[in-house]
Write a protein that binds this ligand. Structure first.
Ligand SMILES: Cc1cc2nc3c(=O)[nH]c(=O)nc-3n(C[C@H](O)[C@H](O)[C@H](O)COP(=O)(O)OP(=O)(O)OC[C@H]3O[C@@H](n4cnc5c(N)ncnc54)[C@H](O)[C@@H]3O)c2cc1C
Length: 421
């Protein structure tokens, strides 16, 4: 990526210090800009997130962000497998992929960025702009100015709420139970039949998937890894979701329940359901996961992602349901595109407008494809209950469509469904 001349160096503010913000901040810093990142969280952000599916494009963005990409990125698998409720194989597929984790990516990106430019405890409250620049005030009273602002402040983006208050997350009708289980706790049968695969299990209208990730300290040695799972389960928006987002003491967390607050009663019920409807291998994993947590699944579909000197990216711009496994790769791609246009046009509204033109439709397609995969999951099994040919067909479709880079699909000429809004 070409470096800018000293005179072209601009002040750029990045809001949000998770993966999206760190991609943008690192890439723009390496172009020679004076980048400051504002993150609301204090202290370590290590406990967040779990497994992340990688795609080739993710490696490109990591390299541009100054990260060395080698085999320590994650755990490779050679293929996918679907297990029936009895634990027997319903189908399999060759599909090599590398699976990493949020904390691995976070550490690599954070280490590439100077600490003195990563300001924590900065909760952005208001954002304004004029012909010359952008002004930000934070809840701690601090004020910040720049020529451009890149907002990567997540699904509940405060910046988006100011520039496009009509764009709101929409609940998809289901939640995901997530967690990681130590490899060393699992039986030989589960290790032999599931652990080394990107695996699936397909109860009616639900979906369990999982894959191996590195263990503590990014250890990828056999015996030291973990199995990451995501179990999608329906939950009605009124009572069921409210119950799930309420801790054992009756406190309700409408915007997401912290992992350690999830009620032990819900965890016990979830494990009971796992024993009843999932392959025994998955039931064992859920039994032996110390702290499962849950996240409601949402769509965010923006009609506009650039507002003068302000650009939205990452989950602030679009949230595709995780079936596409694209959130981090999309954020990395968006950071690259923003940086490329700034390199060509300077730190100007025109550069951001060019980013908007290039990425708006693609972001909408990611959301639409994820909705399509979600609808398929919800419908699956409802007709022809228990018919084994149906289940096998579902297994093949789910294995070939889940967590595939949308750019690969487009390059192969595969149709991406229209958004439903
Ligand atoms: C169940 C599930 C599974 C997933 N699996 C995958 C997967 O396999 N592969 C994949 O690529 N993606 C996956 N994702 C999506 C992925 O986690 C996100 O798309 C990705 O992390 C991009 O995040 P982001 O940086 O845009 O936002 P976030 O990670 O939400 O970060 C936003 C940051 O902004 C900060 N912030 C918020 N408000 C303010 C404020 N007012 N001021 C300052 N800072 C603020 C927050 O503290 C946070 O650090 C999954 C998501 C879910 C829910």
């Amino acid at each position: 990526m070409p470096r800018v001349h000293k005179r072209d160096m601009a002040k750029i503010l990045v809001i949000g210090g998770s993966l999206g913000g760190l991609f943008a901040a690192n890439i723009l810093l390496r172009q020679g800009h004076e980048v400051t990142l504002l993150e609301k969280a204090m202290g370590s952000m290590d406990g967040r997130g779990a497994g992340i599916v990688t795609h080739d494009a993710l490696a490109d963005a990591l390299r541009a962000a100054g990260v060395t990409v080698d085999e320590s990125l994650g755990v490779p698998v050679t293929g996918r497998v679907t297990l029936g409720a009895d634990g027997e194989r319903l189908g399999e597929m060759v599909l090599p992929q590398v699976l990493t984790s949020w904390s691995r990516l976070y550490h690599m990106l954070k280490e590439s960025f100077p600490n003195e430019r990563y300001l924590q405890g900065k909760t952005v409250k208001t954002v304004t702009q004029d012909d010359n620049g952008v002004q930000v005030s934070c809840e701690d009273g601090s004020k910040h100015e720049a020529e451009l602002l890149i907002a990567s402040d997540g699904i509940r983006s405060v910046v988006r709420a100011q520039v496009a208050p009509n764009i709101q997350p929409e609940y998809a009708g289901y939640i995901a139970w997530r967690g990681v289980c130590d490899e060393s706790h699992l039986s030989k049968h589960t290790l032999d039949t599931l652990f080394n695969y990107f695996g699936f299990c397909l109860p009616n209208g639900e979906q369990m998937l999982g894959y191996p990730v590195a263990g503590p300290g990014n250890n990828t040695q056999v015996g030291q890894r973990r199995y990451n799972f995501v179990w999608y389960r329906p939950a009605s928006e009124d009572q069921e979701l409210i119950d799930l987002l309420t801790d054992a003491d009756g406190n309700y967390f409408p915007f997401g329940i912290p992992p350690l607050k999830v009620s032990w009663k819900h965890i016990a019920k979830m494990r009971e359901a796992a024993r009843a409807i999932l392959a025994p291998q998955y039931a064992e994993i859920l039994e032996k996961t110390a702290t499962p947590f849950l996240q409601p699944i949402y769509d965010v579909r923006s009609e506009q992602i650039v507002f003068g000197r302000i650009a939205l990216m990452g989950d602030a711009a679009f949230v595709g349901r995780p079936h596409v496994g694209m959130g981090v790769t999309k954020a990395g791609d968006e950071a690259l595109v923003i940086a490329r246009h700034i390199s060509a046009l300077g730190a100007t509204p025109e550069a951001l407008a060019a980013y908007g033109r290039e990425r708006l439709a693609l972001g909408q397609q990611v959301v639409a494809r994820a909705q399509y995969l979600g609808r398929y999951m919800q419908a699956q099994g409802l007709k022809g209950n228990g018919d084994s040919s149906n289940l096998k067909r579902n297994a093949t479709t789910v294995m070939s469509e889940t967590a595939i880079d949308i750019s690969t699909l487009l390059a192969q000429g595969k149709a991406v469904p229209e958004a439903t809004h």
